[in-house]
Design a protein around this ligand. Structure first.
Ligand SMILES: [Zn+2]
Length: 355
């Protein structure tokens, strides 16, 4: 899949210069893009004053209807389907805990909730203390490992913390934090199979509930993705990174109006593979109508040469108004969106297994 807009986007002078939070520079005609560049770094979301919203506000469709890929019908294996009702129920339960920022009591409750749902699985902790501009915080990445017969690892990350600066605002992060936690729990259900300790037929799959994805003050390289940065460093030292065939991040994937952006801070072949998986399932209209460079939990791995994809819908409500706002609540989400992303990623794993 090739988007002609890529060449246009590469001409944007703003892209590498703005020290921004979740940066998204959408595929715009150059004149519009230059106008957007002037606005870089300017907060536009009154409800997220501490975590400055920095994305370009307009989006231009890359292509109205993508052409089917020849690879779309290349495999006869049955298509995967998650239990989206169950995944939605997880999202509801996680959200009902309330704000789940680092160091909070609700965060501890959620840690227990996640681990309780992984009984019988191989679970590992990556726990440490983060020294931040707001003080020290306990950080805990929770890793569930599902061993495979093939040599190599597919890693799926999803953050479970909610925004610290919004801790007293009523922000509960149904989509941002809730949906990612829940979809990973449902992946675990799908991956553990019979539970008899049998290896899956393919690569090992590791699910990681990452902690400290959100900035404690304002998004910078050092105030963001605390858990992912720690894990990337650790896995570089112990040799794990070399074994990773693909790493995919799930973030804000529950929006009822699902519109997954093609995050150009990723490996093009992996982004294309995800699109092909979506095509096989007939879900492609929810993928890649817009594209841009978004920073998220994958960045520490991207910087170390791991093939990554960030599966994110950073177009949440009109003009992304629900993002980092108390409006990020269950009524904005749909089980159908969890179904679309869940099935697509399981199919992507299946396709990776065959490579
Ligand atoms: Zn967020």
């Amino acid at each position: 899949m090739k988007h002609p807009a890529i060449a246009i986007r590469q001409a944007l002078p703003c892209v590498p210069l703005c020290p921004l939070w979740l940066k998204i520079y959408l595929a715009l005609p150059l004149t519009v893009a230059l106008a957007s560049a002037a606005a870089c770094g300017k907060g536009t979301n009154a409800n997220a004053s501490a975590a400055v919203k920095t994305e370009a506000s307009a989006a231009t469709p890359v292509s109205p209807e993508a052409a089917p890929s020849p690879a779309a019908a290349a495999d006869n294996a049955p298509l995967p389907h998650i239990d989206s009702k169950r995944a939605f129920q997880y999202t509801r339960e996680v959200t009902a805990l309330g704000p789940r920022f680092m160091g909070s009591e609700n965060h501890k409750k959620l840690e227990r909730y996640i681990v309780d749902h992984l009984k019988g699985d191989e679970v590992e902790d990556d726990a440490f203390t983060a020294d931040t501009v707001e003080g020290k915080f306990p950080v805990r990445n929770i890793i569930a490992k599902f061993p495979g017969t093939k040599d190599g690892i597919i890693v799926i990350l999803g953050h479970y913390d909610t925004v610290y600066p919004l801790r007293n605002s009523g922000f509960v992060g149904a989509n941002d934090g809730g949906s990612s936690t829940a979809i990973l729990l449902e992946y675990a259900n799908q991956l553990r199979g019979g539970g008899s300790g049998k290896r899956r037929d393919g690569y090992s799959v590791w699910l990681v509930w990452t902690d400290g994805e959100e900035a404690v003050k304002t998004w910078t390289d050092t105030d963001s993705v605390y858990g992912a940065r720690h894990l990337a460093e650790k896995w570089e030292k112990d040799g794990t990174l070399k074994k990773i065939k693909a790493l995919m991040v799930m973030d804000m994937i529950g929006d009822a109006d699902l519109d997954i952006q093609r995050n150009t801070n990723g490996a093009p072949w992996l982004l294309d593979l995800i699109y092909t998986a979506a095509e096989r399932l007939g879900y492609q209209s929810h993928f890649y109508a817009r594209e841009g460079a978004i920073e998220d939990d994958h960045m520490p791995f991207v910087r170390r040469g791991v093939p990554c994809a960030d599966v994110i819908d950073l177009d949440y409500g009109y003009n992304n108004v629900f993002w980092h706002s108390p409006q990020d609540t269950m009524d904005k989400l749909s089980p159908k969106s969890l179904q679309i992303v869940g099935d697509t990623i399981l199919e992507t794993i299946h396709m990776l297994d065959q490579r």
